[in-house]
Ligand binder design. Sequence first.
Ligand SMILES: [Zn+2]
Length: 559
Amino acid sequence: MHKQLASLIASICVVLGIRGSSVAADRPRLVILISVDQMRSDYLTRYGDLFLPASIPDADGRRQVGGFRYLEASGAWHVDAQHSHFPLFTGPGHAVELTGACPYKSGIVGNYWYDRRSATNRYCVEDPEGKIVGNDIKTKLPDVSPRSLLVTTVGDELKMATGGRARVWAIGLKDRAAILLGGHLADGALWFDEETGNWVTSSYYATNGILRPWLRELNASRLVNQFTNAVWNFEKTKALDRVWTWTEASSHSTTGTNYQAFTVSPMGNDFVFELAKRVIEKESLGQIQTEGRQAPHASDLLAINLSSNDYVGHYYGPDSAEMLDVTLKTDTQLSAFFNWLDQRKLLAQSLIVLTSDHGVSPLPAQMRSDAHFSGAIGYEAEVQSSVQRFLADRYGVRGTNSPVKVVEFNVYIDPSDLAWTNAAPSDIHDEVARFLTDTHTNGVYVAYTKEQILKGQLPRTDVAMRVMNGYYPGLSGDIVLVPQPYWIQLNATSKYKSSHGSPYAYDTSVPLLLSGPGITPGIFTEPASTLDIAPTISFLLGVIKPSGAEGKLLMSVRR
Ligand SMILES: [Zn+2]
């Protein structure tokens, strides 16, 4: 009888697909999150036939693996992945990737916002206590830390679950990307100083005020000069049938007065991968044999931000030969990195996740001239002037202070600068929002007030949902405005030709590829959110989701 019952239960388990301890067995030794800054999901299909094959036999008959197509073939490709928040900037996007939390919980509501108390713009990771470590001189880099991130990351939870033994690192050219991916308990977050050419960190991480010896040696070696004294040649013939934005150039120099020019080229990513390999080696990531670190909690985490794709997109746009070329070179760089991991027996045991913090708009100037859309670069200052004029006409302005500040898509109004102050602030917000929405001035599509957002009075639209997901009380504005398509939040004097930030598909659609232990290979057409990344990685690591996580497990998790 007992045997029959056991047999019945076993049969039910087989039918339901339940396997004993499969999750623990699937635990990756190393999680590598690769965040390609400003990569749209369509690049995977638009340029897919030009990528390296998934598997490449070399001359000795050994297997080499490709880049994007290796991930697609060996892992899960979520073809309809979207960010779920607004605005679509680097700070909020990177905060989402490993927290699973929207800005309304993470507190990262933009790259910048207006700090009402100090009456200044505030950078998203700014912290006067987090002194830059790694330079001999004081440069323009701001002092920073993760203190403004109000939720935990996957790395934080991994640290807590392992008594601090798991190793957690985050790197990239941009401080905000490295810090917001790494979180509060990371062993290190590293970013690049364009003035000195050094990798640096914050005293928040390097509490003794100095870099690790191997990092000091790397900076002293001036490896960076290999990449800054070069020419970026790109092949335009490959681009003939899939590029819309044409320029005469077929090469760009990576040499400049400082170390900035090479970051706008594929060489910037080469330099980041050199650092990634050193972090893995010198910090023994994924090495479970190390004394004092035993299974089951033997996983480590490395987050890598590839910022050069973003700089190239800003300078040349998504439809340029430059964007095609940097994407193809990213494919080659990924392949080289994966093969390097494979030689160290790490590839098969690593969970590799590739995504992006946002997409990018086609060039507004080209959309205007060729496709007859409105749209322009030059937004913040113009909206600020329009609202200023409206308030002056309606209420009068006291003194010389401007009662209005526009930072990214947030409008902040200080009623104390208005002459007629009998009106309630909420009435002023209503009037300004109505003015912006009714006139569509300077490319405004719609404007919502703080009161509407916090009382849940927004319409049930995709755009309004994103606005709510992006609103943090006290940090966000009195009014949030949403631009029409192809209106770009930048100063008109910016050297950039395009940007991102909007709630439209070209900014919200990003790649999402996962390969490694615990992932079912295949193409997944169900809608997926970038909010799902952190809960999925947490599950595969056997740790609790980060504190603000609200996504679901991705369909590609092995059952
Ligand atoms: Zn970005």
